[in-house]
Design a binder for this molecule. Structure first.
Ligand code: CA
Length: 220
């Protein structure tokens, strides 16, 4: 849902835009004056502003200039009956992102709103097979472990152990299983403690929890 601030004083146009844009999944907050427009643009949480130039209290250009002076980068589409090239240039120079002359084709306005509106930040997708526990990510194919975005250099055994612990998410891995998995059945018991210590030295002392008498849990 795009949240739009409409600054326009033509009541009939406002009513038809609210109605029409709602069906296009655009939520409209409408105000009639430049003063209100600036106030709401600064306070509100809009994705775009559609701004009329001929407002009762000031020119839309004034609002636009004041808005940009606050440091706001809210996308603005100017909507006006004045279709001269001079006005277009003036609007764009003062920080408008787009310009539509009245009368306009509704679908074109919708298209421009969709194009210009602020997009929600997309979360980077986690690649398939990548394990994420706490602030750490392990890519078993690239054989890379990163924590807080920084790659952690690990020896093959350390990597194998970290991989096993992270495969279980936040669950406890029994000591016997970790030993068997990483070193095979002939492993000496204390080798696990040594490698847990290595991992903690790379990842921080609290990255792996000891569950006394049971095993280890990766916290990240
Ligand atoms: Ca007007």
């Amino acid at each position: 849902m795009i949240r739009m601030l409409l600054v326009e004083d033509e009541d009939k146009l406002v009513a038809s835009l609210i109605k029409g844009l709602r069906t296009a999944d655009i939520d409209v907050e409408a105000v009639r004056t430049g003063r209100e427009g600036l106030e709401r643009a600064v306070e509100g949480d809009h994705d775009i502003m559609v701004l009329d130039i001929g407002l009762p209290d000031q020119e839309g250009f004034t609002l636009l200039r004041r808005l940009r002076a606050t440091g706001s980068d809210l996308p603005v589409i100017i909507l006006t009956a004045r279709s001269s090239a001079e006005d277009t240039v003036r609007g764009l120079e003062r920080g408008a992102d787009d310009y539509m002359a009245k009368p306009f084709v509704f679908d074109e306005l919708v298209a421009r709103i969709r194009l210009r509106a602020r997009k929600p930040p997309e979360e980077a997708p986690v690649p398939e097979g990548v394990l994420v526990v706490g602030s750490c990510e392990l890519d078993p194919i690239a054989r890379v472990l990163t924590c807080d975005g920084a790659p952690i250099p690990l020896s093959p055994r350390e990597f194998q152990l970290a991989h096993l612990l992270m495969t279980r998410g936040g669950e406890v891995v029994p000591r016997a299983e970790a030993l068997e998995h990483v070193w095979g059945s002939a492993a000496r018991d204390n080798v696990l403690d040594v490698y847990i210590r290595y991992l903690r030295s790379h990842l921080g002392p609290h990255a792996i929890e000891t569950i006394r008498g049971v095993g280890y849990r990766f916290v990240g």
